[in-house]
Design a protein. Structure first.
Length: 151
């Protein structure tokens, strides 16, 4: 049973690692307006972390998989899952979240979470990875924090 739980928890580890990489890459995408910049002025283009996302699904799946829809992974070009360009189209055991402390690309940061209840006993496992900016350089935590990973 431990091997099965470990295989299922691999979903969370892989997914939050990908979300963290997507969050870091999104900072490098130039965001701004389509306004024309006149001579002697500057544009509104800037680097920024994507704003926080909604949880997908809205509650932790208890001992079962959840099949998300494309609409669950919503957002805008500067916020949420759409900004991160992340979507899961396969059934999932975990609830995923992405929150930012600040969208500022020089001092901001983010936290990616996955919460699951593989055996449906009400005790959840949690996986987290964080990222932060320091002087415009984005660093992702080298380790995933795990609480009750194979509960």
């Amino acid at each position: 049973m431990e091997y099965v739980a470990n295989a299922k928890s691999a979903e969370a580890r892989n997914s939050i690692g990908q979300i963290a990489k997507d969050a870091s890459a999104a900072v490098e995408h130039v965001q701004g307006t389509t306004a024309i910049v006149s001579f002697g002025n500057t544009s509104a283009l800037m680097r920024a972390f994507c704003s926080s996302s909604t949880l997908v699904p809205g509650a932790v799946p208890r001992g079962q998989k959840y099949q998300s829809q494309a609409s669950d992974w919503s957002g805008t070009p500067i916020a949420g899952w759409q900004c991160l360009k992340f979507v899961m189209d396969e059934p999932q055991y975990y609830m995923y979240g992405y929150t930012v402390s600040s969208t500022d690309a020089t001092t901001g940061g983010f936290l990616v979470t996955a919460n699951g209840d593989l055996n449906g006993d009400g005790i959840t496992s949690q996986f987290t990875v964080s990222g932060s900016a320091s002087s415009g350089v984005i660093a992702i935590s080298p380790n995933i924090q795990e609480t009750n990973p194979e509960e």
